[in-house]
Design a protein around this ligand. Structure first.
Ligand code: IMP
Ligand code: MG
Length: 181
């Protein structure tokens, strides 16, 4: 089985092509560079899904910045602890007094991001903003601010460009709707 090519092609329906993603990422990089010019910026990638987006976005930025990563896990499968989120890998850097931009692949229920924002706020950054490639307003449980976003999506499950289904499909260059066979 080829890893790049989905095993069962008809489970995936392309929603956003490589070109559409590239164009949007370049646009976001330009806007963010403009907004953070002259500021001490730390870009915080949320592992693991946002890595692909973060790498491409950062290469479209033309201002100095630092990159750090944080990893969180959620137990949405366990009914008794639905929505429980915890940090499994913390930031390496101190964010106190710095301008922080969280980079997410997708904001869905908002539970992860809501937790992350609450947690990072206690460290007193100069300011804390959010950039997400994908936004699914229809599934929102927790209200979260989204300062920069690539695309709005309806209530569907997507894979590709960092997003996975059981750790598969992250390396697709496009974003596709995934449906169970
Ligand atoms: P939340 O529901 O907003 O807390 O989303 C949490 C995380 O679930 C996201 O950062 C993604 O890693 C993952 N996720 C949410 N929706 C999708 C999807 O449609 N495809 C793949 N991963 C998703
Ligand atoms: Mg994520």
């Amino acid at each position: 089985m080829s890893y790049r090519k989905p095993h069962i092609e008809d489970q995936l329906k392309i929603l956003l092509t490589q070109e559409e993603i590239e164009e949007k990422v370049a646009e976001l990089g330009k806007i963010i560079s403009h907004d953070y010019a002259g500021k001490e910026l730390i870009i915080v990638g949320v592992l693991r899904g946002s890595v692909y987006f973060l790498v491409d976005l950062s290469r479209k930025m033309h201002i100095p910045f630092t990159v750090d990563f944080i990893s969180i896990s959620h137990y949405s499968e366990q009914t008794d602890s639905a929505g429980v989120v915890r940090i499994t890998k913390d930031l390496d850097l101190s964010i106190t007094g710095r301008h922080i931009l969280i980079v997410e692949d997708i904001v869905d229920t908002g539970l992860s991001l809501g937790y992350l924002l609450r947690n990072l706020k206690t460290r007193n950054p100069a300011d804390l903003k959010v950039c997400t490639l994908l936004n699914v307003e229809a599934r929102r449980i927790v209200e979260v601010p989204v300062d920069y976003k690539g695309f709005d999506l309806p209530n569907i499950f997507v894979v590709g460009y960092g997003l996975d289904y059981n750790e598969k499909y992250r390396n697709l260059q496009f974003i596709a709707e995934y449906s169970q066979p």
